[in-house]
Ligand binder design. Sequence first.
Ligand code: G3H
Ligand code: 13P
Ligand code: ZN
Length: 316
Amino acid sequence: MIVSTKDLFKHAYGKYALGAYNINNAEQIIGLFRGSLDSSAPFIIQISKGARSYTDKRLLEAMIRAADEIFPEAIYAVHLDHGDEESCLDCIESGFYSSVMIDASSKEFGENIAITKRVVDAAHPKGISVEAELGTLGGVEEHVSVSEADAHLTEPKEAEEFVKRSGCDSLACAFGTSHGAYKFSGSLGLHFEIIQGIQELLPGFPIVMHGSSSVPQDEVRRINAAGGRLKGARGVDEEQISRAATMGVTKVNIDTDGRLVWCRVHRESFRDDPENFDLRPPGKIFMAEYAKYIAHKNQVLGSAGRLEEVRAELKK
Ligand code: G3H
Ligand code: 13P
Ligand code: ZN
């Protein structure tokens, strides 16, 4: 059942975080629904601009509608990940999305607010909520001094002003993560003082963490043992994710980890069965392995076991 992102956030805030998982094809959709039901977790399925143009956005939407029939007990929201103004308006118009993300974080503060507000004004009358982004995510490298690195992180005071002026419903903030498989080198992790600062100034307001893949080291090792060349890949510690989930971080975006599962399964499958050229044997393994990953991650986020609570809350 597709529900509003706002309702999911209301239930989760301060207690647990919703996994927001990127999907691009049928196998990922099936793995995500199975893993979420196996762990009794509500979730957010998210589609990036790139995913919408990879095959065709209508195909992805139709596959999600089909999954809704195949898995009638599932409770989830559908979200546009990293949209621009045009794709946000397209999703708002389509009536299929629970929420959209307007990513104008590369613009200067005032322009980011103005663009976000235009999207909010189009989305709210239709009951769609809007995630915005403030701050610059990026690799925090060891050779960058802390003050330089801090310059890219979200300022809690600015976050407060941004939310008040733009009217957005959730905010993606930069507090130490980065997209992809190569995150902070060395021992740097999340800046909890920033999360805490934002939570204090905006109590009850959902904070979104992008770049949240953990890049499991065993996955990296297996990929490399099967011919891959991922050197120095590193992600966010799961204990840190669990802690952030109790501090107002209500949506945790994960894409890279799913790609790593896909890569490992396919590399191992073709290595171990070089005569095979059928896509279905590795596809089947991938769906099962991705479902396992999702169920595990939902435990880390604290969303596992919440499905019936959420269902009861939505009926009120
Ligand atoms: O943060 C970006 C997501 O990982 C989506 O990636 O734009 O390649 O689909 P993508
Ligand atoms: P990862 O690259 O860490 O999976 O982050 C995904 C993300 O932020 C999607 O918006
Ligand atoms: Zn992101």
